[in-house]
Unconditional design. Structure first.
Lengths: 297, 309
């Protein structure tokens, strides 16, 4: 089962092209895909004996919605100058990203099976020079938003209508570079830029609020000049409708604060900081897959 | 005497009129990067991100992603040190076509002190894969390097001083990346320099000539990729190599030359630069004198090298 990638049909405003209303979108298909992304990424982590499954699971629905019905990207023309840009700033969640890119036609199943294998093109963090469809090499945190700001500026300068989406983790926002970029995005009125925050409330060592308090996170972004919408980051319909409503306000950058659950969908992984980068045993893998499959019934 | 910043900014304005992909990004330093003219002429292609170097370099990568040729300009000390991880990952590893212009490099800020000196930048930049590193010697070479830079695909660090230097190269020269420019023939010793030290190396060679020592002078403006042939030839066919740079003696031109010499034809070297210390208070000229980065300092290093053989 793959994501049906929508191709840009004209170089005009993409909203003229995309007339599908969310009521006609096959939400069931997207939900199934998100479950498959979780299963596939966990299999990859198990096989590689490395990875970040907790964040893979919290971001799976967001990635599926974006690649399923939001982004104008085309694996047969991956460097189309008019494509939408998506930057996975939380590059450590490469398992979910790669599984999503495979479903969208940018990678093969064989590629996924070589996740982090010697000389594989699938490094633990994405490499744009090895994977078509990746826009920036990320891994160190706080890099994606500044790059996304540059992308959005380039589109504005060129008078083109492609948009830039960037997905960051909540703990990642402890890096100051995000706030430098946040100020610039508002200053330059980048309403073609969408920041998505995977607010799973857990970072590597502990809950975010026990580490460095992130709240009031929505207020912080509003005070930086962004229009913020808070959504359930696991509700596919809400995600799709929200992403399709950008820009929320003309002349203002959009922030989607997606409330998510780390390890979403598996009882023994949910909300457990250790699953930030724990590798499942064979038994845990089977149990997790069973729970995920059961959950989609 | 000329300020190479004038040559780079004037050339950039000319290039921008011919290529609309060229844009500039600065960190508040519109004046010190000499880009007021560019901002006035091309306001839609001029971005001031404020005092935020990490964002500035990331924005450069994003602009390159969107098909622009960004020149990301700022005082070399802040541009490189503050945004080092962005330069490594967003430009080097991602291999984005971004030109970094580090102005007022070396100890040009003099009395402002070591916070504002940039004597580590060449070492840091040349370690990064995909990064080209160029330190032009005068305004003629600066203009030629700028014209070349827009044709080169990939990240590049251009180190532009604010210290006045005489023009040495012929007007209209064509810059050849990775090629040392031989300013003076000689067989007894080779003097290799770049940036503000080239004119001093030439004066040293004249003084050595008066003492009967024939010194070859090479302008090593491209530190990476470095001219391996010119270095090996100097090691084989002259009595030793003296390098001179407005940079730490660790990791800069001297280090780059030594890496080739030791692996091709081991020869005696002297590496002149800032000897692993933070500079004391003083003007740029005073500090160059203080560290022996003068014609006389180069001359005496060459004499000592030949005496030690």
């Amino acid at each position: 089962m793959g994501i049906m990638v929508r191709k840009r049909q004209t170089t005009g405003d993409r909203r003229d092209v995309d007339m599908t209303s969310s009521s006609t979108i096959d939400l069931a298909r997207l939900k199934r895909q998100a479950v498959q992304t979780r299963i596939r990424s966990l299999q990859m982590v198990h096989r590689a004996r490395l990875g970040h499954p907790g964040g893979d699971f919290s971001s799976a629905d967001i990635l599926t919605a974006l690649y399923g019905v939001v982004l104008c990207v085309d694996p047969s023309n991956p460097r189309d100058p008019q494509r939408d840009r998506f930057i996975m700033s939380k590059g450590h969640c490469s398992g979910a990203l790669y599984a999503t890119l495979a479903a969208a036609g940018f990678l093969t199943e064989a590629d996924l099976n070589a996740y982090m294998a010697p000389l594989s093109k699938l490094n633990g963090h994405p490499d744009r020079n090895k994977i078509l469809g990746v826009e920036a090499n990320t891994g160190p945190l706080g890099h994606g938003l500044p790059i996304a700001v540059g992308c959005a500026m380039a589109a504005k300068m060129s008078g083109t209508s492609w948009r830039t989406f960037v997905l960051v983790g909540d703990g990642e926002l402890q890096e100051g570079s995000n706030w430098e970029a946040g100020m610039a995005a508002a200053q330059f009125k980048l309403d073609n830029l969408v920041l998505i925050i995977d607010r799973n409330r857990i970072q590597q060592g502990d809950f975010t609020e026990n580490t460095i308090c992130m709240e009031p996170l929505a207020e912080r972004w509003r005070s930086f000049g962004w229009e913020v919408r808070e959504v359930d980051g696991h509700d596919m319909r809400t995600l799709v409708e929200c992403f399709r409503a950008v820009p929320f306000i003309a002349g203002v950058p959009s922030c989607v604060l997606a409330h998510t659950t780390k390890g979403k969908g598996v009882s023994f992984m949910e909300n457990r900081p250790e699953w930030h980068h724990r590798v499942p045993t064979a038994e845990e893998l089977h149990k997790a897959i069973a729970e995920l499959e059961e959950g989609q019934k | 005497m000329v300020d190479c910043r004038d040559a780079y900014s004037k050339t950039l304005e000319e290039m921008a009129s011919a290529d609309e992909r060229i844009v500039v990004v600065v960190n508040d330093s519109v004046g010190s990067t000499k880009l007021k003219g560019f901002f006035a002429k091309y306001p839609q292609r001029s971005i001031n991100v404020g005092i935020a170097e990490q964002n500035m370099v990331g924005v450069g990568a994003g602009l390159a992603n969107g098909g622009k040729i960004p020149y990301v300009c700022g005082p070399a000390c802040f541009l490189t040190a503050r945004a080092m991880e962005q330069i490594k990952v967003d430009l080097g590893y991602s291999n984005y076509n971004v030109k970094l212009v580090g102005v007022s490099s070396g100890m040009a800020y003099g009395e402002l002190g070591p916070t504002h000196h940039s004597i580590e930048d060449v070492g840091w930049m040349r370690i990064i894969p995909n990064m080209t590193v160029i330190v032009p010697a005068d305004s003629v070479e600066t203009q030629a390097v700028m014209q070349y830079s827009a044709t080169h695909l990939g990240p590049m660090f251009l180190r532009i001083s604010r210290m006045p230097v005489p023009d040495l190269l012929p007007a209209g020269m064509k810059f050849e990346p990775g090629k040392a420019v031989r300013f003076r023939e000689g067989n007894d010793v080779t003097l290799m320099a770049n940036g503000v030290m080239v004119c001093r190396a030439l004066r040293a060679a004249e003084d050595l000539h008066k003492s009967g020592i024939s010194a070859r002078v090479l302008n090593m403006s491209t530190v990476k990729p470095i001219d391996r042939e010119a270095i090996e030839d100097a090691a084989r066919n002259t009595g030793g190599i003296v390098t001179a740079e407005e940079h730490s003696i660790y990791g800069g031109l001297g280090g780059a030359v030594a890496e080739i010499v030791t692996q091709t034809y081991p020869a005696k070297m002297r590496i002149l630069g800032i000897p692993g210390v933070f500079a004391p208070t003083g003007s740029a000229e005073f500090l160059l004198e203080h560290f022996g980065l003068t014609a006389d300092g180069i001359r005496s290093a060459a004499v000592q090298l030949l005496e030690s053989r």
